[in-house]
Design a protein around this ligand. Structure first.
Ligand code: GLA
Length: 739
């Protein structure tokens, strides 16, 4: 294990006489019991408890013969009803197990007994997968509990990393083969947690391309709910995030448990309720297309899960996740640095541009105050449509006669940074790369290669292909003053198979792909620490915390329509901070929806996240340019607050015609209120909007109208939303506390 930090601070205690582990954060307790000295049982996770008593912590019943007894000496209990910390199969627990293994003799029976534990005053990191980190002075400690199968030499180590001040616990698992034979892992969940009852609703972020992360909330009934991706990406369809909320929990109050997997590939989360209304929650790699042969002495590590518990509603949970991601997941130079306002030529030109067009766009942008020009798809090979050239990362001089270096230089001399789009995981069948290496893509020999957007995926489970990508990109990034990279991935996986793996190991392919990708990203971000990376997957198809570990921002969605963006950004904010969300103003009628909205609301939506423009600025009227100039001035003046402040949702686009959110600084001395109304309702009186999260005794001044309000007035009485005619309207107010 990589040791990230030495220290002696312990927020974890083993209480020997009570046989339990007590993990404490500022406001929460997590308790693990040792039942009969050998079974690891889930005691509790929730609001802080000072002195746990495990006699009461474990409820167990001797039901009947249909709940068999694992222990022939003591037939008073069955694992059928015992709340497990990491459920296993074959010894009377019939719920979906956290781990599924197959031994050489074909047996799949597993027993995991407590063997030992250790506690260290530091964050333990993962070997090859992204993981949260700690910095000097953090009150963080890690508990490792080793469980061993008494017959087969299988060692399962459960890791719990406790971030006291962040109210966050992360979990991951290591499996070690200590036997002399092969062990096949068919499922290794990153976490398993058994709740005593199922009085919950679960919240997931579902959607599709251009409709990402809709909030769907459903009661947890009987039976099993599966939240998963099998697409070879965390996906537009399901995000690797799940919240379990008490039924009365809303944005502002109530208990909620949030879980987020640090992984960008296929995942699975199960919520299972058994006949006794006990609820099991598991999360991890999707076992659907996974199995891993573990040879003697080998170790397998699962991805890490970030867990946040809050009694302050969904906003409370989001605040915990946001600050944790901003401070202990995102790395690099741009971690705390204000992100530049960018312009991207994609919706302005698509593939149809030349150097003079690009320069004319950049000149307009520079004149308006934009800080970074991003050259999107179409600059390389013979790429004049999405039918060719992925893999041929060589500039097309017919389009860009000065080459990338010359273009970057010309853009820099306008006073702008230069950035570039790449899609390195892909290859077009019509490309020089494909012609010279037709077998480098993911495919099954002798079977038609299914294409997505006319492209194939390079097999990153093969080291030589990863090395090739690394070398090509290193050459490209060194060839010019490139200060930003948009890293795209524009299709889901099919034909999952690798000619580099034996038939026995085929189910490792997808996970090995991600190990390959993470290896490339780790190396590139090390080699090019000054580059700001933005992750993209047809918009938000890989908006997950693992990508944030390498790239501090993600293109939220290919849908730039302001009204669609209300729900996309609202949903995304459930787990991810606003600085991580790319948001651009684009042209009307909008290219994805055909909707026509004012420049004001397009700006007001995008200016609550990581801001940019994606339209042909040369085609705008003088009036529109002046409006944009003012948007840019305003955003720059408030950028630190907007990008790094605390983001709170006030009114949900999923519940009606209005949306509102606000961003405050930590000390509540300054905040911005964003209000959006979709359709105008005729003949309605003005309404008040009640704010939250302010200092009730403080006086706040609307910096535009200079009107003053006390915090308690804004929170209890509310602020009157003015009348404005027409559909698709917004109202943004910046407040400052009186000195
Ligand atoms: C994806 C991205 C877009 C754009 C295109 C280019 O769809 O999400 O922003 O970069 O690819 O082909």
């Amino acid at each position: 294990m990589e040791e990230q930090l030495r220290g002696d601070y312990m927020s974890i205690k083993f209480i020997e006489d009570k046989g339990c582990f007590h993990l404490k954060t500022k406001n929460t307790s997590y308790i693990i019991g040792l039942f009969k000295g050998k079974y690891l049982v889930h005691g509790y996770w929730g609001g802080k408890i000072n002195d746990p008593n495990t006699d009461e912590m474990v409820i167990y019943e001797d039901f009947n013969s249909f709940s068999p007894n694992p222990d022939i000496e003591d037939k008073t209990y069955s694992l059928d009803t015992l709340n497990q910390e990491y459920g296993f199969y074959g010894k009377s627990d019939y719920r979906n197990p956290a781990i599924e293994v197959e031994y050489e003799n074909g047996s799949r029976i597993t027993e995991l007994y407590y063997e030992s534990h250790s506690i260290v005053g530091k964050k333990v990191g993962l070997r090859a997968l992204p993981s949260a980190y700690a910095v000097e002075g953090d009150r963080v400690s890690t508990l490792r509990i080793d469980l061993r199968d008494p017959v087969e030499s299988l060692l399962v180590s459960l890791y719990y990393c406790v971030y006291e001040d962040y109210d966050i616990i992360t979990r991951f698992v290591e499996v070690k083969n200590k036997s002399c034979g092969k062990i096949k892992l068919n499922n290794v969940s990153s976490l398993c947690m058994d709740f005593e009852e199922n009085e919950f609703e679960f919240i997931q972020l579902v959607g599709s391309w251009v409709r990402e992360r809709e909030i769907v909330r459903q009661p947890v009934g009987r039976g099993t709910h599966i939240i998963e991706s099998k697409r070879g990406a965390s996906s537009h369809h399901k995000n690797p995030f799940v919240a379990l909320a008490r039924r009365n929990t809303d944005e502002f109050q109530g208990q909620v448990y949030g879980f987020n997997l640090l992984y960008s590939g296929s995942f699975r989360s199960l919520i299972e309720v058994n006949a006794y209304n006990q609820m099991r929650f598991t999360m991890g790699l999707n076992p659907f297309n996974f199995s891993w042969n573990l040879f003697p002495g080998e170790v397998f590590e699962s991805p890490e899960v970030v867990m946040a518990y809050s009694q302050e509603g969904l906003n409370g949970m989001s605040r915990l996740l946001h600050s944790f991601y901003k401070e202990r997941l995102i790395r690099g130079e741009y971690k705390d640095r204000e992100r530049p306002i960018l312009m991207n030529n994609w919706e302005a030109t698509y593939f149809d541009f030349d150097e003079e067009k690009i320069i004319s766009l950049a000149k307009e942008g520079a004149d308006l105050g934009i800080e970074l020009f991003v050259l999107d798809d179409g600059w390389f090979g013979k790429r004049n449509s999405d039918k060719a050239s992925l893999g041929d990362w060589i500039v097309n001089r017919e389009k860009l006669s000065s080459g990338i270096e010359g273009l970057a230089h010309r853009i820099n001399s306008l006073g702008m940074k230069f950035g570039i789009w790449v899609e390195p995981e892909m290859v077009s069948p019509d490309s020089d790369l494909y012609r010279s290496h037709p077998d480098w893509c993911i495919h099954v020999p002798n079977r038609t290669k299914s294409e997505g957007r006319n492209q194939l995926i390079l097999d990153l489970s093969r080291r030589e292909i990863c090395n090739y990508i690394l070398e090509k990109l290193t050459n490209l990034f060194e060839s010019a003053n490139i200060e930003y990279v948009k890293w795209d991935m524009n299709r889901s996986m099919t034909d999952v198979y690798s000619i580099g793996l034996s038939s026995e190991d085929q189910r490792q392919m997808e996970h090995r792909y991600y190990l390959g990708l993470y290896g490339i990203l780790e190396e590139l971000t090390k080699r090019f620490p000054r580059i700001l990376f933005e992750s993209c997957c047809g918009g938000g198809g890989r908006f997950d915390p693992a990508m944030l570990f390498y790239m501090p921002q993600t293109w939220t969605s290919d849908n730039t329509d302001a009204i669609s963006r209300l729900s996309i950004q609202y949903g995304t904010s459930l787990a991810y901070p606003q600085a991580a969300m790319g948001a651009h103003v684009s042209i009307i009628p909008n290219h994805q929806t055909g909707r026509v909205t004012d420049l004001k609301i397009r700006g007001d939506v995008a200016m609550s996240a990581n801001f940019g423009y994606e339209l042909d600025l040369t085609k705008l009227s003088q009036g529109e340019k002046e409006e944009i100039r003012e948007q840019i001035r305003w955003y720059k003046a408030n950028r630190k607050l907007i990008q790094y402040g605390e983001f709170y949702r006030l009114k949900s686009p999923f519940h009606g015609n209005e949306t509102a959110w606000m961003i405050t600084d930590r000390d509540k001395t300054e905040f911005i209120l964003y209000y959006y109304r979709v359709l105008k309702t005729p003949n309605m009186p003005r309404r008040r909007l009640r704010l939250k999260y302010l200092d009730s005794g403080r006086e706040y001044i609307d910096t535009y109208t200079k009107r003053k309000y006390y915090g308690d007035v804004l929170m209890n009485l509310g602020i009157v939303i003015p009348h404005f005619p027409g559909d698709f309207k917004s109202h943004v107010i910046h407040f400052k506390a009186k000195e």
